[in-house]
Write a protein that binds this ligand. Sequence first.
Ligand code: 5GP
Length: 189
Amino acid sequence: MEILKNRILECAEVIDGKILKVDSFLNHQCDIGLYNRIGQEFKNRFAKSDITKILTIEASGIGIACITAQYFGVPVVFAKKGTASNFTGEIYKSKVYSFTKEKHYEIIVAKKVLSEQDRVLIIDDFLANGNAVRGLIDILGQAGAKPEGVGIVIEKMFQKGRHEIIKMGIRLESLAVIKSLEQGKIIFE
Ligand code: 5GP
């Protein structure tokens, strides 16, 4: 997606040759015009899939998932991090290792918001090693819901996330795919 790649080249910062900081349009300040283009692009790419729900993880995925959901006309469910004491009823849970925070955390989703009738599009801002997405797929498995695909805004293909998703037979669509961030230089696929 050219407009996204251009914005990355203009505004992103590279940290330690492996992390991309995009706080000016995606992870802190949000460019809603760009979010709309992203939502439309996900809709185009998954036009033939019969999606009933979008699933993401708090916090950065929520905004993108909500805008994208407007193009699909379906609800968004976001997995909460940590044990939510205000959750009554039963929950699905999974464990995720955070690439940026370098620690494990638990994600939870209430059983009442996902069912085996759901065909789900998973949306997230970044794909690195695929731990967040695998946690969400694990929760879909517990619910008996079908993962129709994974939509990622920025994929770092030099990490193993793509491989992890593809080997499960799940379709992956990434809007900007980065081959390398070595020496602070952003190289797209
Ligand atoms: P994974 O679970 O695929 O290893 O990492 C994906 C998650 O970690 C995303 O939800 C995102 O929040 C965060 N993440 C991974 N790599 C980056 C990065 O380069 N930049 C930013 N801003 N977040 C990242």
